[in-house]
Design a protein around this ligand. Structure first.
Ligand code: PLP
Length: 414
């Protein structure tokens, strides 16, 4: 990577935006052939069957009733007191893990990822995540002088690869005295995978085994899609498994209002720690506030005020949940349609059960993706596979495209 005047500082800044490039092609195809003949599966947001962004009208109503000062006034660095009084409930629902919990507001879930890496790893450290992952993890890590290491997420039987997970943690803890692990579930991006109860138990056991004396693990649980992972109460049932862990395992939960409350652009989120040690929790508050001050300062006030209003008003909350349920059902139907059609077409996918995305592993993913353009299907080649945003396409499209993807793979790879 060459720079003219800027300092690279270990970052790969190519300037090419793959998603933007393909979405431009999709837009051009829509103009030429009409929306009904094009499948634009590039967008990581929930769209209705006409390709319009879904915005919860119940949340919009709350925003419309805000005062000028709710928009204009600075929020405290760690978040407004009202927001901090509800954010545990917003994140954990009925399943608060046992331990000391502190929270710090962040601009979306992205802010919580950035602060976790900056506060709990050293410059030069590797941060661990799965081979299939949301690509900004690497950008965030390298932007602040760290890097990403990965393990194979699935074994040959399509199960979560517990062995690879444990081996990689052990390897890294031989050369680092601390390790940040980023784990995105339920409804993982980009695969749509959610661990079973038994798999969660096994993951916790691995963390306990690997957190040897003199070593510390920070387990960052990225729950960005938890409100679109089936029933939002059931989706939280695993959370108490992350309570009562040893002191050298710090759990940090990254909460985001982007998807669950359709606040994507309002940059509303939080990071919450779970620890058996009161001082570690107090320190969490201190260091995350400092990291916020030194990066974005404070987070957007109006999103915090809106969430606080909703969570303090039972009726309003019920309305939001009811409205969201409708859209969650829409997404579930798309997911089921894709699953059925993929099985019928013999299309191999990564294991999925919910969320915005499905990944089809394949060789020559760039070429296969380009072949799909001929069918007016636009996904994203993500290195080793193609990501299809079922959040952005209709149920009918979910039913129609697996057969075409299978044909494109066959054509390219034989
Ligand atoms: N984590 C994952 C896996 C995501 O896909 C996203 C958004 O797409 C986020 C976190 C954070 O999103 P935001 O910063 O908009 O809340």
């Amino acid at each position: 990577m060459e720079y003219i005047y800027a300092e690279g500082n270990g970052r790969e800044i190519s300037g090419k935006d793959k998603i933007f490039g393909v979405s431009q092609l999709a837009k051009a195809a829509i103009e030429k052939y009409g929306r009904e003949n094009v499948v634009n599966a590039t967008i990581g947001a929930l769209l209705d069957d006409n390709g319009e962004l879904i915005v919860l009208s119940s949340m919009l109503e709350v925003l419309k009733n805000m005062k000028g000062s709710d928009f204009a006034e600075y929020a405290p660095i760690a978040g407004t007191p009202d927001y901090l009084s509800v954010v545990e409930t917003a994140a954990f629902g009925n399943y608060r893990p046992a331990g000391y919990i502190e929270a710090c507001a962040t601009p979306g879930g992205t802010g919580s990822i950035r602060n976790t890496i900056s506060c709990y790893s050293k410059p030069g450290d590797k941060v661990l995540t799965s081979n299939w992952h949301w690509s900004p993890y690497k950008i965030i890590a390298t932007e602040i002088g760290r890097d990403i290491a990965t393990y194979e997420m699935f074994d040959d039987n399509g199960n979560f690869n517990l062995k690879a997970f444990e081996e990689k943690i052990s390897q890294l803890l031989e050369v680092q005295d601390g390790l940040v692990i980023i784990f995105n579930a339920p409804a993982h991006n980009p695969t749509g995978y959610t661990p079973s109860d038994e798999t969660w138990d096994a993951i916790v056991e691995i963390l306990k085994r690997c957190a040897k004396p003199g070593r510390k693990i920070t387990f960052f649980l990225d729950i960005a899609y938890i409100d679109f992972a089936g029933d939002s109460d059931k989706a939280r049932q695993f959370l108490p498994k992350f309570g009562n862990l040893p002191e050298n395992i710090l759990v940090v939960v990254g909460f985001s209002a982007s998807k669950g409350f359709t606040f994507y652009g309002l940059r509303t989120g939080a990071m919450l720690c779970v620890t058996p040690n009161k001082e570690i929790a107090a320190e969490f508050k201190r260091v995350t506030s400092f990291a916020s001050r030194g990066s974005w300062s404070n987070s957007v006030r109006v999103g915090q005020t809106a969430l606080a209003k909703v969570f303090k008003d039972e009726k309003l909350l019920a309305k939001v949940f009811e409205e969201r349920k409708q859209y969650e059902d829409l997404l579930s139907r798309r997911c089921a349609a894709f699953k059925e059609a993929a099985a019928a077409a013999g299309l191999k996918t990564c294991p999925f059960n919910a969320g915005f995305f499905i990944t089809i592993p394949c060789e020559n993913d760039d070429t296969v993706n380009e072949e799909l353009f001929n069918y007016n299907i636009f996904g994203i080649a993500i290195g080793g596979g193609i990501r299809i945003a079922i959040s952005a396409i209709s149920e009918a499209a979910c039913r129609a495209i697996p057969e075409k993807i299978a044909a494109a793979i066959k054509k390219v790879n034989g």
